[in-house]
Design a protein around this ligand. Sequence first.
Ligand code: C5P
Length: 452
Amino acid sequence: MRILRQTIPAGRTGRRSIAGRAPRARAVLPRSGPAACPSRARWFTLARSPANDLTMSDTPTRHILLGVTGGIAAYKAAELTRQLVRQTATVNVVMTDAATRFLTPHTMQALSGHPVYTDMWDPRVSNGMSHIELSRDADLIVVAPASADFLAKLANGHADDLLSTLCLARDCPLLVAPAMNRQMWEHPATQRNVATLRDDGVLVLGPDSGSQACGETGMGRMTEPDALCEQILGWFEPKVLRDTNVVVTAGPTFERIDAVRGLTNLSSGRMGYAIARAARDAGANVVLVSGPTMLAPPPGVRLVPVTSAQDMLEAVERALADCHIFISVAAVADYTPLHPQDQKIKKDARVLAVELAPTPDILANVASRANPPFCVGFAAESERLDEYAEAKRKRKHLPLLAANLAQKAIGAESSEIVLFDDEGRHPLPEATKTVQARRLVQHIARLYTAGR
Ligand code: C5P
């Protein structure tokens, strides 16, 4: 058994519980405050960055034990740690011997703000039971990357190093993100091991397909840290929409004037994408019908890209067949050019008049069907929010409408929303769009379940 490689004394990160953090019921920060401890002070700064402000979040801190095994993809564990910490998780890292050849414990200590463990006989663990103690307060163990060898160990219940022993002795769920060469992944032995792990209740995320470090292309790439982070944190969300089919529209539409020009608006699509994610995390099957945005497709959501209001209407109609909840977040253009030109309109000195026709109102159309899904509308107003929002809800026959002030919401990271339903108004105080999306989904789930 090798001697501990990690050389930074635990005292530098504060004398706390064995895993380097306070017991769950207490505040996450050490009693002496962030200034007393450089690494935790840094963690505090990261976690309070505007997009992830803890004070604007309802999400409790998640305690994650991150196991890193040996493979080129180990470098992605550094970014994963950074992202998890930014999203209010505490991360305690355990590395296998092979992992330390690819990534140093110092890097992981700096990013997690906690001591890193690599050895069964670590003297910092007071009763010498590191294989039990380190996972005691963890809500979840994540092994990323999980090598072929480590999956084989897990599937067969081996316990010959700290990480495999921790996984065997745990009482919390285990999630693995495999990463290996294409042939190793496809090998029947690996597939057998993965099937065994799934049968044992282990969550397997990925791998993805793509180019590999060995120069080959195929299945075996570790899921990218942002997608992994999203799925890990989403896993914790209560599954209030399990087995529900949800259709969300998002983003602007683009109405063609000629071959190169069009009418659009400033919608970024962020709110709609956040709602699609929140619904997915709540257990729903989500179809996201999106106008043109710069956003990455949310993993685990079926994205239907569209351009114009008419395209969006047609895509929504196709997706409605077995839809339970329709959330209309898109900033659909109100008008479209009556005679779009196939060729570019040439410039001259005369005034150009473009005739505009009203677009179909997708939400009103869906809500007025004989047997409509539970319909949720959005309203961005520049004044008299309550009055206009309630009038819109009544006019479109909606059980629920989310309203906000356009000047505060468009392009912003956070928003302040008021929900209107048959019971009245429900203000959602300012928070990030991710947090607002979760609150909205919980409200929808309550009304939808009550009305079923
Ligand atoms: O009437 P107004 O455009 O303000 O209504 C906003 C709500 O209606 C949003 O939920 C939006 O997605 C939806 N809408 C629509 N089709 C349109 C216009 C708006 O679905 N053509």
